[in-house]
Structure formats: C-alpha cells, structure tokens
Design a protein around this ligand. Sequence first.
Ligand code: AMP
Ligand code: ZN
Length: 469
Amino acid sequence: MKPSIYNTLTRRKEELEQTSGEFGMYCCGPTVYGPAHIGNFRTFLAQDVLRRTLECAGYNVKHVRNITDVDDKTIRESQKQGLSLKEFTSRWEDKFHSDCKKLNMLPPTVEPRATEHIKEQLEMVQKLVDKGFAYPTKDGSVYFKISAFPEYGQLTGLDFEHMATQSTNSAGEANNADEYDRENVADFALWKGRKPEDGPNFWKSPWGEGRPGWHIECSAMSSKYLGDTFDLHGGGIDLCFPHHENEIAQSQCATGKSPYVRYWFHSAHLMVEGQKMSKSLGNLYTLDQLVEKGYTPAQIRYALISGHYRQQLNFTFKGLDDAKSAMSKMKKGLDAALEKTGVSEDEFKAYIKPANAFANTVFEGAWEALIDDINVPKALGKIFSALPEASTKADLQAFGALLYALGIDLFEDAGQHGDIPAEVRQLAQARWDAKKAKDWAKADEFRAKIKSLGYEVFDSKDGFDIKKA
Ligand code: AMP
Ligand code: ZN
C-alpha cells in the first residue's frame, strides 16, 4: 500500500505516485514580518509529517518551501521600524528557522526567497502578457485576465460569476477597479506598479518600476525548482482561494502545461479554545509564549500534529497537558520494551530514521493508519495499543521509524520531566541505573542528593517519576 491523501483538486483520496526520480513537493511558506503563530505551525507540521511519512515509504522527496519576503506587510513593518526590507525580513526569517528547528521540522530541500527570484517572476508575467492572458494598466501594474482562462476555479469549484461580484480582490483588499483600471474586478495583480508607500522597495520591469504580486512568486519558484508539472502542493485551507486558484491559472497559462500540480494537500485551520485566533482576542500564540508557560517544543509539536490534518484542530491548554502525559506514557512504554528486548537506548536512537520497517511487526497497523490519508490520531492510538506488545528488535525498528515519521522526540532534554531541572533529572537517571545494577547503597545516595535539591523520586511500573517535594 502506498501513502494516500485527500486531493483537493479531485475531491477524493488518492494514492501518491512518484512518477519521476523525485517526488516534488511545494509548500507555501511564511510571510516573514513577525513570529509565526501556532496556526502557521499546524500547517507546516502537517507538511513535515507528510514528508517524513513519504520518506519512510521510500519516496525521494524534494521539498520546496518559499519565503515571502516582500509584500504590503513586510514593507509596512520594515518602514515602521526604520530597517531595510532585507534587514527586517532576515530577522524574522532567522526566528522562523529557529522555531522550526525546535519543533523538530526537517529543513526544506530548497527554500527560495521571493526577492531573489524577481527575474523569474518577471519572465512569467511577460509570457502571460505575450500570450494574451494578462494586460498592463496605466498605473504600471499587470493583471491576469481571468476571463481568458475558462478553467479558473477548478480547485474550489467557485463559479466565475460569483467572483466577478465579490467585494474583495485576490489580495483581500477592497476592490477598486477604477484605481487600477482593471477590466474585471476579479482580475488579480501579477505585478504592482510602484506606489510612494513602497519606499525604496521596487524593481524595474518592462511596465515600469514596481514589485511582484504575491501569487506569482509561488508559480515562478515552483516551476524553477520542480518543473512545470510537479507532484504535490501544500498549504492551509485558506490558501485554496484565491492564492492556489491563481497559481494554477498563472502556471498553466504561462507554461501551456496541465496539470500544474497532481495532488493538492490542504490542512484545516487551528482554533484556540474554540475560537478563531486573533490578536484582539489575545489568543494568537507563538512557540515562545507556550515555552514560557512551561511546555517543551516536543510537547507542542505533539499537540499540534495529534489531530487529523483535515479537521479543524481546537488547541487548548488541556490538549497540551494531554500531549505531555501521552509522551511520558510513550516513553515509559518504550523503556519497558527496551528492557524486554535488551536493546539499549543508544541502539534504539539509531532506529529513529526513515525506513519502511513495518511489515510483520506489532506496528504494522499504526503505519497503515498513518499512510491512509495521514491519519495521525488513529496512528497514535494504534501505537499506544501496540507498544506493550513490542517484543522484538524488528518491533523496535518499526517504532523508531514511526517516531521519525511523526517527528516525535521522546529524548528531548526536557521531554519527560519538562519542569524538572536537568541536574535532578540526571541524578534520577543515575539512581535508576544504580538500582538496575542492584547497587542499593549508591541508589540511596542519589536519592538523598535529589531530596536535598527539593525533589522526590518514585519508582513507577516501568521506570521512575520525579516530583517536587
Ligand atoms: P502566512 O505566513 O500567513 O503566509 O501563512 C503561512 C501558512 O500558515 C499558510 O499555509 C497558511 O494557510 C497557514 N495558516 C495561517 N493561519 C492558520 C491557522 N490558524 N491554522 C492553520 N494554518 C494557518
Ligand atoms: Zn504560495
């Protein structure tokens, strides 16, 4: 069985086929004007789990994720702070990378920046103009002509009439057809003529100075790194329309090739305590804010991946606490399995890698659940029921591969006892090792030391627990 996903384009679940030497996967990346929030990470993590799962299944994934480093927001914020656009976006790009690393996300194979691909974007706009799919306006902008592409709307099943009368344009701005001299309100900008508020942020083009529209960057960069037709494209569900519809239109009209993308992978949104995330509600959490509240990045990752990617995830602090206990239970299950099989922890760590190692192991069902439309909650359920049955090295190898696919880090420094100081955790481990070696005197010595630091250690069914005294 091959991994499958629900393809937004065909509206059905489909097995993913790798048709060439590599499986091309393009994901719309962050706009770098502030810290990413956990909603963004929900989407990026769903893509990370998909990529890791494909790697376990033997696919050679080429993962491209762009950096949007020029748009209204990045320009506005950089100017507010008196920084050049590059200085400003580099800071937030670095922050994004550091958060991704903490969340154990694999870096994409290629991470192109929009500002470094102006030439490719202009070439695509030129092709669209030459072929009659786009037209310049008197303010130096270039618009895509939706009426020239009758298939427009295929992803969302939207009809053109609806779009022609909608009150916002593709960038979510109020339509103002006069200002841009647009032929139709639904037409969207490929190139935006320079405006005074853009400051020094503009590039030369055959239509005058300006900057690219948002949608064109993904068409131009995906084409450059993955080809005119590629395998899979991901993003949050909000990007289906207009962003992804516009990408399809731009790419298919410019290259003359169809389809632009074979499989579309959209993840549902994250809500917080049942509400939409927003600054005004004060529930727009970043990774740092949750870490400050005492949760570890591994626990946060677990909480963010634990719902099915196609269902809205209601993020709650109870959910984070549940993630914390689930990981601790999983670690204990692993410790018991290691003891049973005589495999050392270091040896096991080497099993955490992409491998299709599931056949005839107790984890076969968990893997099947995972590759069936990336059903993480079902896979986790199956992992918990299979873990106590794990009794062979092959079982542990399968479990290691599942930990890789999910990116779950059971060995994160603060993973099991997040709130306990490292020194205490080390002493507790040393006591446990002494106990296992039947060195009771030494074990008691460590216990006393732990106590003097204000903590108590308890034996549990398959290991130890630490609590504040
Ligand atoms: P942005 O940086 O705004 O371009 O968004 C980056 C990614 O995060 C896109 O794929 C969005 O669809 C996704 N995204 C934004 N808000 C949420 C949310 N609340 N839940 C899940 N994904 C989101
Ligand atoms: Zn995009």
